[in-house]
Design a protein around this ligand. Structure first.
Ligand code: COA
Length: 383
């Protein structure tokens, strides 16, 4: 059957059809009120809002709360200020456990560190408490790992700061400029949820067994680590470094394609047009450069590379639209914000944990175990 989906038995005629889809493409495994990805139109709706209207206008707390309300999380904080205060307390609690998390933060890879460290978050069994604890812990442990990686002491959280500002402060060790915090908030809001992506599905599978929210989040971290899911923004920066200037883009990209390599940050499984999150992040980078009063040249370079890559890929694959995806401008915005490239994927988790938590709440309410089937292709005992 190769890798292609097939249906045996017929969806409408058989009470128990067999559907084989190894990537589960087109299989609807859940109903969600959290987000909708329209790959043909290039639209992302998060808790009823177009992502373009959220980024740059709403904070991480605003959108996390909107998602948790959409999921009907019982006991969710009354407003974004209350959530901000609760996340501040959760960061302090996570920092108090840093000595017990211990060796987890010595991992060479930030996602390995997060997977082991977040596993230490105590489970209360109350979804709202566990959602807040996991979200607070993700930021503390990502920042502490980055500090340890650089041979520095962790920075204690400031519970009075908004989540994005305190995360950045715990990484760089200094109070960040409002412009950088705004840009980071725009990024966190943009990637907070994205339909039934692989890490969200992993988290929902665990939740469907009746297991706890922290276990779902740990499973989701493992899925996000994979290079086919959350791992591309670092290589995009490597590409921009290698290209160096807009004038060099076309020749470099041609050589790359001629060698049979893929262009990082281009193409997407669902989007057949430009990923709307690329546009949102591109706008936020422009605003950051304007606020800082200085263009780094990175945005201009990234735009030139995107233009050249889009044209070359269209000529090479006229049948398969290949446009910029979220990772393309993630690299540029997180670099401009002041985060090291090894922290790009952990920063994705700092945001996406809020989406995962919302999905756990929805999944738990269904009470339905996710349990697909497999087709046995091994030997059978003789008849
Ligand atoms: N550069 C060059 N060619 C690309 C490409 C890219 N970035 N993305 C896809 N293609 C080509 C593939 O080589 C394939 O060609 P083939 O049929 O001759 O083998 C064709 O387009 C279809 O690709 P496919 O692998 O079926 O797409 P997919 O939906 O499985 O993959 C991605 C989606 C994101 C994995 C893929 O586009 C990719 O590898 N992009 C680069 C990595 C990246 O940016 N990842 C972050 C994703 S958010």
């Amino acid at each position: 059957m190769g890798g292609r989906p097939y249906i045996r038995g017929g969806m409408s005629t058989s009470p128990n059809p067999e559907i084989y889809a190894p990537g589960l493409e087109g299989v609807i495994a859940a109903e969600t009120r959290l987000s909708d990805v329209d790959g043909a139109r290039g639209q992302l709706i998060i808790a009823g809002h177009d992502v373009e209207d959220l980024a740059g206008r709403a904070s991480f707390e605003d959108v996390a709360l909107a998602l948790w309300r959409a999921a009907e999380l019982a006991g969710a904080p009354a407003d974004a200020a209350a959530l901000s205060a609760a996340l501040g307390e959760a960061r302090v609690a996570a920092a108090a456990r840093l000595s017990r998390v211990g060796d987890a933060l010595d991992a060479a890879d930030g996602m390995d560190a997060l997977r082991a460290a977040v596993a230490h978050v105590p489970v209360t069994g109350e979804l709202v408490a566990d959602a807040i604890a996991a979200t607070g812990a993700m930021a503390v442990y990502a920042a502490a790992w980055a500090r340890r990686h650089d041979g520095l002491e962790p920075v204690a959280p400031d519970p009075g700061l908004p989540h994005a500002a305190d995360y950045l402060r715990m990484v760089i060790g200094d109070v960040p400029s409002p412009a950088r915090v705004r840009a980071l908030d725009a990024y966190l809001v943009t990637v907070i949820d994205h339909g039934m992506n692989a890490s969200t599905f992993a988290g929902r599978v665990v939740a469907s067994t009746g297991s706890d929210l922290v276990s779902s989040v740990v499973a989701a971290i493992g899925a996000l680590k994979g290079p086919l899911h959350g791992g591309a923004p670092g290589p995009v920066l490597d590409m921009l470094d290698a290209i160096g200037s807009p004038a060099g883009a076309e020749a470099w990209l041609r050589a790359e394609l001629a060698a049979g390599r893929r262009i990082m940050g281009m193409g997407h499984r669902v989007y057949r047009v430009r990923d709307p999150r690329a546009a949102v992040l591109e706008r936020a980078i422009g605003e950051l450069e304007r606020d800082l009063g200085a263009a780094t040249g990175r945005l201009a370079l990234a735009r030139a590379v995107e233009r050249a890559a889009t044209a070359l890929l269209a000529a090479k694959r006229p049948d398969r639209p290949l446009a910029a995806n979220v990772e393309f401008y993630t690299a540029v915005i997180l670099e401009a914000v002041g985060l090291p490239r090894e922290l790009f994927t952990p920063t994705f988790a700092v945001s996406r944990v809020a989406g995962w938590a919302g999905h756990v709440v929805e999944q738990r309410r269904t009470g339905r175990l996710i349990r697909p089937a497999s087709r046995y292709v091994g030997p059978r005992p003789p008849a």
